[in-house]
Design a protein. Sequence first.
Length: 319
Amino acid sequence: MSKAPLVIVGSGPAGYTAAIYAARAGLEPVVIAGSVTAGGGLINTTEVENFPGFPEGILGPELMDRMRDQALRFGAKVIYEDAVDLRLDGATKQVVTGEGTAWGTSAVIIATGSEYRQLGLESERRLAGHGVSYCATCDGPFFRGKPIIVVGGGDSAVGEALFLARFGSSVTVVHRRGELRASAILAERAAAHPTIDFLWHSTVSDIVGDGSVSAIQVADTRSGEERLVEAAGVFVAIGHNPRSELVAGQLPLDADGYIVTHHPSSRTDVPGVFACGDVVDRFYRQAITAAASGCVAANDAQEYLAELRTEATLAASTV
Ligand code: NAP
């Protein structure tokens, strides 16, 4: 078994910020960054305009590369593997990766973030990768000159619609209510955009296509009336669910699967286990709030490890 005083699971803004603070404190953290998801959700975003310190904006992937490099600079170890099994009880916890490496550690920071929420349609699953997408920056260019649908009414949906308007012949935002949840600045940009339209009070009841998407079936939430709308690409942007399945049964989760911490600290019910970022936060979900909570988690872990050292020293001195 490989050993590390602190293992951080996840490599979004929360995980990398925890790594920067922990490494700088000399804790030599190991970050299990993920095999394909290293950098977290920001890897799939374009311009980040509201992360302090970047007045001109910065691309999401570049921001994450910079956070990782900052952690590496202070001695963090970044492992590009998935955590597949966690054993969190006892003094020595275990984090097992998809490559079969087991890390034994005294403290674990869970920063596994969230994943895209799905509509839950059979046709959505069948046509995923064949017109149905959850990532405009990844897949937008495939729909150049074609009609595009974006589902949702939050910042993600509106941000994706604005990005996709560069490619699509039309972009239609399908939203279940009559007003957006998105921030005013994005909503105003979308409303003023000549290529973007809105279908209000509408849900997607089916995605139609034989091999690839050709249309969506839209239901009016007030009348129940259904109709077909032509589409080549359907971008689902209806929020996220916390990625807490690895700790289910070991840590208390709330009804929606978010890890419960002893607010304002990042401590969980299990000594030596801390949680931060989007797997904890149902409200703010910003890169900067995730980063801040990563800082909190690193400080909590540092304090915990110092307590362990003090206890060990006292025990040794009384023998
Ligand atoms: P969100 O704010 O939770 O919005 C999700 C949207 O999807 C809501 O409009 C919701 O409708 C709709 N929705 C949820 N479930 C649905 C379903 N089953 N069928 C149809 N529609 C459904 O999620 P988000 O847009 O991903 O944003 C998450 C967080 O990240 C927010 O805090 C946001 O500010 C932040 N964010 C920020 C930026 C930025 O540029 N600063 C960019 C992206 C995200 P209702 O409105 O009816 O609930």
